[in-house]
Design a protein around this ligand. Structure first.
Ligand code: NCD
Length: 306
């Protein structure tokens, strides 16, 4: 039962709880009337201390489609945080006005702290370069829907694996499924953090670290492209030097399997050329849509109407 629980890290839900969410998301997608208005009278607080388009809009769309309402801010400058209010106090206030809180914050660990102070469930919509579990639900649902299952895949992660929170969360989540091989493709400055690698080793997950995207292409069932996370760099020159290390173009994709898929949490900067958008393997816009359905399933489950 997910009712009343927070989602801070991908492992907060069991595999069978995630499976129920995926089934529910599919049901909602196939029947527009299903659960319509089930959240009437419920309020979702959306506290975005960092920019967001898809995550915030998909949560708002999810809540509104289920008949609920949203309140919150998309600019930290317009909240009392800019006046020096502590996160704990902001969360206590938001919890007293709402039935659940969705929060994105630039500090790693902020969601965990929020969940401790909140009297209502807290959903982590990204805490710094740490985790982004609802993007992971989106990514897993996309893989499941497009392949029929999540197991037995070779998944390549490419780009900023150091700061990319969606990568950290997805790698941790995929480690729980059987026969997954992960290939981490990045420049040496942006390799996957040590704590994720040691977790993968402990769980005996097969993985490799590489620098070359082209050579890895033929092996992949899923290619997860990411942008270089400019906002987490201390030095703009480093960002400029690294930002275009990988650009997926039709030439590179031509070495990929016919049935592979290309995912990206978006926003894309230059790392996938627009010519790829019309390739049947490009799944990132579908992925964004699945994100709304899985968030509908999540909200309906957390708020206890299913
Ligand atoms: C991601 C994020 O915010 O971490 N975006 C998203 O939620 N869809 C990825 C990114 O910003 O690069």
């Amino acid at each position: 039962m997910i009712k009343g629980r927070s989602l801070v890290e991908p492992e907060d839900f069991s595999l069978s709880e995630m499976d129920s969410l995926f089934l529910l998301a599919e049901k909602i997608e196939n029947d527009e009337k299903y659960l319509r208005d089930s959240l009437r009278g419920k309020l979702l607080a959306t506290l975005f201390f960092e920019p967001s388009t898809r995550t915030r809009l998909s949560f708002e769309a999810a809540m509104l489609r289920l008949g609920g309402s949203c309140l919150g801010f998309a600019e930290p400058g317009s909240s009392s945080a800019s006046e020096g209010e502590s996160l704990a106090d902001t969360i206590r206030m938001a919890a007293s006005y709402s039935d659940a809180i969705v929060m994105r914050n630039p500090k790693e660990g902020a969601a965990l702290l929020a969940a401790r102070y909140s009297s209502v469930p807290v959903i982590n919509a990204g805490d710094g370069g740490h985790h982004h579990p609802t993007q992971t639900l989106t990514d897993l649902l996309t893989i499941k829907r497009l392949f029929g299952n999540i197991e037995n895949k070779t998944v390549g992660f490419c780009g900023d694996l150091k700061f990319g929170r969606t990568v950290h969360s997805l790698a941790k989540a995929l480690a729980r499924y059987s026969n997954i091989k992960m290939i981490f493709i990045s420049p040496t400055e942006l390799v996957l953090p040590e704590y994720i690698k040691s977790m993968l080793k402990k769980q005996n997950v097969e993985f490799e670290e590489r620098e070359n995207l082209e050579k890895s292409m033929p092996e992949l069932d899923v290619l997860y492209m990411t942008r270089v996370q400019r906002e987490r760099f201390f030095n703009e020159d480093d960002y400029i030097r690294l930002k275009d290390t990988y650009v997926l173009n039709p030439d590179k994709l031509s070495a990929g399997k016919e049935k592979m898929i290309v995912l990206h949490p978006l926003p894309r900067v230059n790392e996938i050329s627009v010519e790829i958008d019309s390739d049947s393997r490009a799944a990132y816009f579908k992925q964004a849509k699945y994100g709304m359905y899985v968030r509908m399933a999540l909200l309906a489950s957390i708020l206890g109407v299913v």
